[in-house]
Each structure stands twice: as C-alpha cells, then as structure tokens.
Design a protein around this ligand. Structure first.
Ligand SMILES: *Cc1c(COP(=O)(O)O)cnc(C)c1O
Ligand code: SF4
Length: 339
C-alpha cells in the first residue's frame, strides 16, 4: 500500500493515472484510513458481493482512524450487507421492464437514460445498480448506432441522460463519438450527464472534455452526486468552475442515508458548499431498497421531518426536493418539495 501522502492525487491533470491508482481491496482501504484488522473479515466477505473501489482523492477527504467517517461509510463493505432483509432486492426499480433497447432505459415521457458503461470511479455500497446486468447492456459503437435509432421513432424524446456506471469513465474519444451519434437526432435538445466523477476524480474535467462539451449545440447539464459537505474540496470547486465557464449547468443529487447525512444540519452544510461552487441542489433521494443496503435506510417519516427542518433552517433554493422512485410511476415521486 502506498501511503496517501506519497500519492500525488491532485497535481497531475491525468485522471487515468488516478484511476490506475484506485483502491480496489478491503486491505488497501483499511490501511489508507488507518483502521485495524478487526474490520477485515466482514469487509472481505461483503466485498465479494460488490468489490471495493474508491479513488485516492476521495479517500484523502476521509478522517483517519474513524470508522464512522461519512465518506468512508459510503464505500466500506460491512457485515450488515451480508444479512439483507427479504424486501431488499436485486432490481428494486424493475428497470428491466424499461430496457427498450440494448443500453437504453425509457421510463419517462421525454427522456431516455443510456447505460454507457458499467465502470465507476467509486463503488457506493448503497448503489441501486449494484446488481444491474451490465454484461447485457455493454456496447460497441455500431451497437450504439443501432440502439440510438430508437430516437428517430420517438420524437417526444428531447433529452438524453448519459448514465452508467459513470459516463465519464469513458475516454474522451469514446464520449465524443457517442455524442456525435446523438447529434444526428435533432429532437434531442439537452444532454445530461449523471456522474460522480467531478466529486471523486475532479481531474476528469480535462481540457479535451471541456472542448468537446463546449462544441455542442445541445444544452449540456451535469447532475453530479455528492452526499456530504466534506466531499467538496477546492479541486471539486475548480472542476465545477471549468464546467460552468464552458456553459455547462450543474445540479446535485444526494441520497439520504443513515450515518452519512441524516440530519438537517449536515444537509444544510452540503447545500451551502455546493452552492458556493455553483452547483444547484436538485434531488434528495430516499434510498432504493437494494439488497445489501438496508443499514443505510432512513424511514420516510423521519426523512420528511429532516427535510422540514432543513427548509426551516435555510433559503428555499438551497433545499432539494425529497424524492423517491416508485417503479411504474411516470416521474420520480416528490415526497416533500423545496417550496
Ligand atoms: C431518474 C431518471 C431520469 C431522470 O429523471 P429526472 O426527474 O428528470 O431527473 C430519467 N430516466 C430514468 C430511467 C431515470 O431513472
Ligand atoms: S453508479 Fe453512481 S451510485 Fe452507483 S456505484 Fe457508480 S458512482 Fe456510485
């Protein structure tokens, strides 16, 4: 294990070298945060269900020796994952039913979601796609051509969401060719990235990517994913500034989780940090009931109370909508609005 102080996580502008240095084992994660062997057996067992993956720059924002660190909790495999209640299942959103083409989910009227890659720069233990059948959805360029033809038959679609995995795990050239493919469909007015990389690998926002984005006629939106104020550092701020300067609009979605951000105070700090770097709070999601993640759940009644306390403590535009996804509904279900 390379001690973190020896890893130059930020000075290089080469995101791929940071990805190569990613922490991929429970042993390496425990060593990096200064936790003892007593955590190892459970971590090893749980990591067999969903492997450990986290970037050095995200680990650098964790407190040493603190098993309750809110960032560590999001990535650390725990014994709790091994005994999941029966109502926490593999595909809680029934996404299979909306898999209209290879790599494409069409759930909501005007927008499709594309599964561009299975890879992420971080494995979030609560991820609702931790059991997603990615092998059935991975694609070559020719396959994308075929799948995206769906857009020609559906003029009502005016927005394409690039998701995954994390769409920014694609190389710039792969992204550029995917976007060129989408250019053929004039009904698509907006392209939205659902990505955690501006938070966990801010160096991903490199010059070449910015040029690609700036050259597009469609509006470009990034919905990033940050759950805690400690995730926002000056490098994330710099990445956000570069995106904004290049015409990208930024929103954040968070997941409400026990032991991570389950208080109005924590959420207020998150909103303030995001806003300070130009990111608008968008959704606060009630967690999907995916197998292995029950220990993160905050009951809906408590979530509504936390949201109410948040609204009572800060400006309206700093309050995200509290939302839940119910399979079969025509949109996310708003449990408590920001107004
Ligand atoms: C969440 C989601 C979207 C985006 O929904 P918004 O409410 O517009 O953010 C689009 N497609 C799918 C399949 C989704 O799950
Ligand atoms: S898809 Fe998003 S939430 Fe899931 S593991 Fe990847 S970065 Fe985390």
């Amino acid at each position: 294990m390379i001690p973190l102080t020896d890893v130059n996580v930020h000075a290089t502008n080469d995101w791929q070298s940071e990805i190569r240095q990613m922490i991929r084992t429970p042993e390496a994660l425990l060593a990096a945060v200064g936790l003892g062997e007593e955590w190892l057996p459970a971590a090893q067992a749980a990591s067999k269900l969903f492997p450990v993956r986290v970037t050095p720059s995200f680990v650098a924002k964790m407190r040493q020796g603190d098993p309750n660190d809110p960032l560590l909790r999001q990535v650390m495999p725990l014994a709790e994952e091994l005994s999941s209640p029966a109502d926490f299942i593999d595909d809680p959103l029934n996404e299979e039913a909306y898999n209209v083409e290879r790599g494409i989910l069409h759930k909501y009227h005007n927008r499709i979601l594309t599964v561009t890659t299975s890879a992420c720069a971080i494995h979030c233990r609560y991820c609702f796609r931790r059991h997603f059948p990615y092998q059935d959805n991975s694609q070559s360029r020719a396959q994308w051509q075929q799948s995206l033809a769906y857009l020609a038959d559906h003029p009502e679609i005016d927005e394409v969401v690039l998701s995954g995995g994390d769409p920014l795990m694609l190389t710039n050239s792969a992204l550029a060719s995917l976007l060129t493919e989408i250019d053929q469909y004039p009904n698509v007015k907006r392209i939205r990235f659902h990505s955690r990389m501006p938070i966990v690998t801010p160096s991903r926002i490199d010059d070449e990517l910015l040029q690609i984005l700036a050259s597009k006629v469609q509006s470009i939106i990034f919905v990033v994913h940050s759950n805690h104020a400690n995730e926002i550092c000056k490098y994330v701020g710099h990445a956000a500034k570069l995106l904004i300067t290049n015409g990208v609009r930024l929103y954040n979605q968070a997941v409400l989780m026990r032991g991570v951000n389950d208080s109005a105070r924590s959420l207020r700090r998150l909103s303030e940090e995001l806003f300070a770097i130009g990111i608008q709070p968008y959704y606060l999601h009630l967690m999907d009931r995916v197998k292995g993640a029950a220990h993160f759940e905050v009951p809906e009644s408590e979530a509504i109370q936390i949201h109410q306390d948040l609204r009572a403590s800060t400006s309206g535009y700093l309050v995200p909508q509290l939302a839940r996804e119910i399979a079969g509904e025509p949109s996310k279900t708003i449990v408590a609005s920001s107004g």
